[in-house]
Design a protein around this ligand. Structure first.
Ligand code: DGL
Length: 269
């Protein structure tokens, strides 16, 4: 049975790639809701409806575990989906917690009270909807005290990446980093709080400077998934991957092939 990896578009491929490298015996099914991307400019209700529809589709296709490899969906829809009730034997998880556990030096699932941590000045780069939700700050407050977070809503970056316009994406990333650094001149760490942004990680690092530690989610989510699956050997498969999109499969396949530098073939949902 495949593990489902969901994103509004192509960004979740950064999580899928890391997960496949870390867990070569697990089967995965990727679902990109490309016809509705970007999610980051939609309101919370809209994001909930779209995410819920896609996750139900993946559950119906046999994915017992679906990972929202999308911060915007994790911020705006995850808790509401869990509260609405998940069918027997199915699960849906987000991507915030592994990232915040890494930032706050915690082991997986350590729920002890919040404490002081090494980093005190953190830059958060995310979509407008994720920034507006303040979900990152809320999860951080459960685990750490005294951390100053400056958030930058990176309008336009997801659209540019989905369109394959990497020149525009780079210009936007540099201007969002500039804007952040006017508010927080010396961040110690930067969080790439959108799964599209690792495709531009070298630009973020270059614009921020080498002494800023950049956290991105691929490897962190893959490690926590590995930890989760250790106790569920029935989820091991043959290392296959399938790719579904609500968008135009030819266009989405060509973008994915460009980003991952190998042939990726999407099928229509
Ligand atoms: N990859 C999604 C995220 O992590 C992008 C959301 C969007 O479509 O704006 O937030």
């Amino acid at each position: 049975m495949a593990v489902g990896i969901f994103d509004s578009g192509l960004g979740g491929l950064t999580v899928l790639e890391a997960a496949r490298a870390r867990l070569p015996e697990v089967d995965f099914l990727y679902f990109g809701d490309n016809s509705h991307a970007p999610y980051g400019v939609r309101d919370a209700d809209d994001i909930y409806q779209l995410t819920s529809k896609a996750v139900h589709e993946m559950w119906d296709r046999g994915c017992n575990l679906v990972i929202l490899a999308c911060n915007t969906a994790s911020a705006a829809a995850l808790r509401r989906m869990q509260e609405a009730g998940v069918p027997q034997g199915k699960r849906v998880l987000g991507v915030f917690v592994p990232l915040i556990e890494a930032l706050t030096e915690r082991q997986w699932g350590d729920n002890s009270p919040p404490r002081e941590v090494a980093v005190q000045h953190v830059a958060l780069f995310a979509t407008p909807a994720t920034v507006a939700s303040r979900a990152f700050q809320r999860e951080l407050a459960f685990r750490a005290i005294g951390v100053d977070v400056e958030a930058q809503a990176c309008g336009g970056v997801v659209d540019a990446i989905e369109d394959g316009d990497m020149i525009l994406a780079e210009a936007l990333v540099r201007s969002h980093v500039d804007a952040l650094m006017r508010k927080m001149p010396r961040p110690q760490a930067a969080i790439l709080g959108c799964t599209h942004y690792p495709l531009m990680e070298h630009i973020f690092q270059d614009a921020l400077g080498a002494d800023v530690q950049v956290f991105s989610q691929g490897r962190l989510v893959a490690d926590s998934l590995a930890d989760y699956l250790v106790r569920r050997p029935e989820m091991l498969g043959e290392g296959k991957a399938g790719y579904l999109t609500t968008g135009d499969p030819r266009r989405v396949s060509s973008r994915a092939t460009q980003f991952l530098r190998r042939e990726i073939t999407f099928e229509a949902v």
